[in-house]
Ligand binder design. Structure first.
Ligand code: HEC
Ligand code: HEC
Length: 484
């Protein structure tokens, strides 16, 4: 990581740096005036105007995630471990993999810093593209050190809305099956040239069962809290009004079938872990199952297994061997504990404490709600728990800068779920498309658009307040975020 500083090199004495830390030049594009300081001695009491630019400390080392929830019973732990094993299992063509897919196991995409997490440092999709003799061309947006990505097309060829996931790869040419399969990859080069493709990176699933166990009434009450502060910041907080097909910001994304609030995925488009698992099994890996029975690509030359590929085994000898895959994945994710924040890393406890206060003072916490409570869950370990997720679980209009043009449920083209920030300290890539690894960039990207043409991001005023912080204050905020 390069260290950014506005201090001329000749002043680079630690003592100077420390004392000058209190001054802010963040809003000035000009380098500091070289007025009073001498070139060699640390006469730092002179009130000069130099300042060190705050810097994202980067991912916190270690692996403070991936454990089961505290308080699970022995049998719950047994199911957790069986689910984890299945979540990590690499599938082959004989298991039903493909014909089109993005990878061959859940954990490959959900891996940082532990199984269940987000995009790892080495993108497994690069090696997977050629695995077992597969003939895939690697799309330009997939790189070894870049994030895992899935691709969605914004529009169909006739201009109607698409929004669906277009699988990156096919099994054609693979030695474990695929010899007779002639299915080609989508034309990503043309889609890129036409700006018709958008990306999504994996969201981590640590603590996902706790998110599932938060009652709708808690989400709505939280949305209605601090209403005058939210109004003054331009953050919309309205109760849920379910209007099918419409996209009203500041509302939770309601599930079409039973009218309750959906909450998983970048647009809060999915209701439950079971639903997400069944869908991911088919969409990401091409494994049909009892929730999604139909192959997404039914090309006759490419079918090497019966459908659904994965199913409830009525000949199973016990619960685990009877259960289908999406149930096992769901149990694993549901019983995964939240990531563990650090009390003093990076930057020390006082800096993290100041950063936490600034997170509230600036208004980040009006969307990134520090905690919500679960209800009277059937699972004792998840019952009436405080969940420190740093999200209100509703969608907000994030302006044209973050817009992806895709509508999912009631979440419109510019709307995204407030990303839960727990575990942020160990994440490598930020925002729905993984466009940055830098906290400052992720924060400033929250701002775009204007109220004049009604495209303003709901975060514009909060980002303006963030920009107004001194650099040392920003450093405290970054340290706090990386402690999560
Ligand atoms: C090719 C990479 C990839 C694979 C393989 C993959 N996922 Fe994901 N996962 C993603 C992406 C990308 C998202 C975000 C999708 C979105 O919101 O559009 C995601 C989101 C999720 C979420 C939502 C979590 C939240 O709070 O938002 C769950 C649950 C999930 N995946 C479960 C699974 C399971 C179970 C499997 C295996 C059957 C799996 N995933 C396989 C990429 C992957
Ligand atoms: C209006 C609501 C809102 C406000 C205010 C807000 N955020 Fe966000 N934040 C979001 C949404 C929505 C996303 C996801 C956006 C996307 O991926 O396109 C997000 C994403 C993030 C991410 C990236 C997380 C990830 O998983 O990639 C960080 C970091 C973040 N916010 C920090 C902050 C900080 C710090 C502040 C205060 C300066 C702030 N946010 C204010 C709604 C908000």
């Amino acid at each position: 990581m390069k260290r950014e500083t506005y201090i001329p090199l000749t002043w680079m004495l630690p003592a100077v740096v420390l004392i000058l830390f209190n001054l802010d030049l963040a809003t000035s594009a000009d380098p500091p005036a070289t007025t009073t300081a001498t070139t060699t001695t640390a006469t730092a009491t002179t009130g000069t105007t130099a300042v060190t630019r705050a810097k994202d400390p980067g991912p916190r080392p270690g692996m403070d995630a991936g454990l089961p929830l505290p308080g699970l019973s022995t049998t719950q732990l047994y199911y957790f471990n069986a689910g984890k094993e299945d979540f990590e299992e690499v599938e082959s063509v004989a298991d039903g993999l493909g014909p089109t897919m993005n990878l061959d196991n859940c954990a490959g995409c959900h891996l940082q810093p532990a199984t269940g997490g987000s995009s790892p440092p080495v993108n497994p999709q690069v090696a997977f593209a050629k695995l077992n003799g597969a003939r895939n061309v690697i799309p330009s947006f997939i790189t070894v050190n870049g994030p895992v990505r899935e691709a969605r097309f914004v529009k169909n060829a006739d201009g109607s809305p698409d929004g669906g996931v277009h699988s990156l790869f096919t099994i054609a040419g693979r030695s474990d099956g695929g010899a007779t399969c002639g299915v080609g990859q989508p034309d990503f080069a043309t889609a890129m040239a036409n700006r018709n493709v958008i990306f999504r990176i994996p969201t981590p699933v640590f603590g996902a069962g706790l998110i599932e166990a938060i009652p709708d009434s808690v989400i709505i009450a939280n949305l209605q809290s601090n209403i005058s502060t939210k109004n003054s910041l331009g953050i919309r907080g309205r109760p849920n009004i379910v209007l099918p097909g419409s996209t009203i910001s500041g509302q939770p994304n309601a599930n079409g079938n039973d009218g309750t609030l959906a909450r998983f995925g970048w647009k809060a488009q999915n209701k439950s872990l079971v639903l997400f698992s069944g869908e991911a099994y088919n969409v990401e890996m091409g494994i049909t199952n009892e929730l999604f029975q139909t192959e997404r690509n039914e090309n006759a030359g490419c079918q090497y297994a019966t459908t659904p590929n994965d199913f409830t085994d009525t000949d199973g000898v016990d619960g685990v061997t009877t259960m289908n895959g999406f149930e096992k994945f769901s149990i694993f994710m549901r019983f995964l504990a939240p990531p563990k924040p650090s009390a003093d890393k990076p930057g020390g406890a006082p800096s993290i404490g100041r950063g936490r206060n600034l997170f509230g003072a600036v208004g980040c916490s009006q969307c990134h709600s520090p905690s919500l409570r679960t209800g009277n869950s059937t699972v004792a370990a998840m019952r009436n728990q405080t969940v420190n997720l740093y999200s209100d679980l509703v969608v907000h209009d994030m302006g044209p800068g973050l817009a992806d043009g895709v509508t999912q449920g009631q979440a419109g083209p510019r709307e995204f779920r407030t990303a839960p920030l727990w575990g942020l300290g160990q994440r490598l890539f930020f925002l729905h498309d993984g466009r940055t690894s830098d906290l400052r960039t992720a924060i400033t990207a929250h701002a775009s658009g204007s109220s004049r043409d009604r495209t303003a991001s709901e975060a514009n005023l909060v980002v303006a307040k963030f920009n107004g912080l001194t650099e040392p204050q920003k450093q405290d905020l970054f340290n706090f975020l990386r402690s999560l």
